[in-house]
Design a protein around this ligand. Structure first.
Ligand code: 5AD
Ligand code: SF4
Length: 471
């Protein structure tokens, strides 16, 4: 086999990160070698996002930058995969292949055929394009193997944290969102396959599993709902004999599919961590209605109340969208009020970006770009203050931290807590440095920027249920 290397660049959400791992293992199994160095790669694959126009523009700019490699490497290939590939298809210029989310398993044959035609003709042909034209085809990227290829990767290449997709696509058709058009309708994966993948990852030493879905708590397969899937995962992992995966996380939950059963699962499941990502999008009922979110501000606040009542130490994070068509000053103020009331641990904040094909695309009145930017800045300032105060609450506490690696600056290490907070810490000279994948105890001393910073207290603790859950 020729020694051909590839490099994958992932944009967008965690689903893309997961898919990039699947693509890497499909190519590796077919004799291609992954490289972390873009400059050394024979093939660069960009796994793209379409959720905002800016994400597409960035990816298109990057395709332009990559052309420079063609001069030195005559066989150099650029591939565009993922949501933008599905959305824009063969209108993407500068790529050798454009493959939507339903076509990943065909990548080895596509690449092979492009190499063949490259070698046999000197003239430049158009990009090989494989996208789905019908929703039926989009549907066909259903999990074709009981256990995706990522678990066949050597243990040494696995990170201590792993994503496991439990469903694909989305049925909600929120009026601003392109996901159902590029990823297709929601389809859930058999629970037995999910459990098998998690068990195999656990056996390979993965320490944190995040169950993924665009709307994960909508999961439903053969009568098993998402709360039951979480409890089954928890039970299964407790039975694995050796030092197995201690932590289970999941994202993204939709407020309209919240249930007391899910709250109880987070409270009762020993390995299920105290973190929920629950996008609110807006604090105005008028806007929520236009967005087609399927809940009111009151209902959302009621869930927050119930979640915190059952699990007082839970971290709650969210997504917020400002400047949606028709959002008045008053509507925006309502969002600010709700943000102050809920006090999210962290929020991803966006200004609305028009996406062709979505229901909102032609809605009116349009909020001018200048006002969208102003509102976003206002929101960020308020939320940043709250996030800072939330992080400050950790000062003086001892946190259980999963070590993920060396921090970018200095000799410090960083890791994550059960509440999914990033912690940076130093080790005292008496304790040997922990390794990636170890669980340690860190005493939080201060904040550096927004990041809690602490000192290592002890190494290699057995992961345990932290100061838990019930009130
Ligand atoms: N414009 C801006 N942000 C968007 N999101 C989804 N669609 C759009 C859009 N058209 C945001 C939502 C969602 C997150 C993943 O991206 O807040 O929760
Ligand atoms: Fe972006 Fe949505 Fe695609 Fe994820 S699924 S990459 S957020 S468009």
């Amino acid at each position: 086999m020729r020694n051909i290397t590839f490099h994958i660049i992932s944009y967008g959400c965690q689903m893309n990160v997961y898919d990039s791992r699947i693509i890497a293992s499909i190519l590796s199994e077919n004799g291609y070698k992954e490289t972390a160095d873009e400059n050394k790669a024979d093939i660069v694959i960009m796994n793209t996002c379409s959720v905002r126009e800016h994400a597409e523009q960035r990816a298109i700019g990057r395709i332009g930058d990559l052309q420079k490699f063609r001069e030195k490497k005559p066989n150099f290939l650029i591939g565009v995969v993922g949501c933008m590939a599905q959305n824009l298809g063969n209108s993407i210029k500068g790529a050798d292949f454009v493959v939507g989310p339903s076509g990943y398993r065909k990548l080895p044959e596509i690449i092979e055929s492009i190499f063949k035609t490259k070698n046999s003709s000197s003239k430049k042909s158009n990009a090989y394009t494989l996208t789905s034209n019908t929703s039926l085809e989009l549907y066909s990227d259903i999990f074709p193997e009981p256990v995706p290829a990522q678990v066949r990767m050597p243990a040494s290449t696995l990170h201590p944290t792993a994503f496991v997709s439990v469903m694909r696509g989305c049925n909600n058709f929120c009026s601003y969102c392109i996901v159902p058009y590029v990823r297709g309708r929601a389809r859930s994966r058999p629970s037995s396959d999910i459990l098998k993948e998690i068990e195999l990852l656990a056996n390979k030493g993965v320490k944190e599993i995040t169950l993924l879905g665009q709307s994960v708590n909508e999961y439903s397969y053969n009568g098993i709902n998402f709360s039951q899937l979480l409890m089954l995962t928890d039970e299964m992992l407790k039975q694995v004999q050796h030092d197995s995966v201690p932590w289970i996380k999941f994202t993204t939950s939709h407020p309209k599919d919240m249930s007391q059963e899910l709250i109880d699962a987070i409270r009762d499941g020993e390995k299920i961590c105290e973190w929920i990502h629950l996008p609110i999008q807006s604090g105005s009922n008028e806007v929520l209605k236009k967005m087609g979110r399927g809940y009111t501000k009151e209902k959302y606040l009621d869930w927050i109340y119930k979640i915190r009542k059952s699990i007082p130490n839970i971290a709650i994070t969210t997504d917020i969208l400002v400047g949606f068509h028709g959002e008045s000053d008053k509507n925006f103020q309502e969002t600010l009020e709700v943000i102050k009331e809920v006090r999210f641990d962290f929020a991803y904040m966006f200004k609305y970006s028009e996406r062709p094909r979505t229901k909102a695309y032609t809605m009116k009145p349009i909020v001018p770009e200048k006002i969208r930017i102003e509102r976003l800045e206002k929101l960020i300032n308020i939320q940043n203050e709250i996030s800072y105060e939330k992080s400050s609450e950790l000062i003086g506490t001892t946190q259980e931290v999963l070590v993920l690696g060396k921090s970018k600056k200095g000799n410090s290490l960083y890791g994550k807590t059960r509440q999914n907070k990033t912690i940076v810490f130093d080790s005292s000279s008496k304790i040997t440095l922990p390794l990636q994948g170890d669980f340690v105890e860190v005493k939080i001393k201060e904040l550096r920027g927004w990041t809690p910073y602490g000192k290592l207290l002890s190494k290699k603790i057995e992961p345990q249920r932290t100061q838990r859950k019930t009130s």
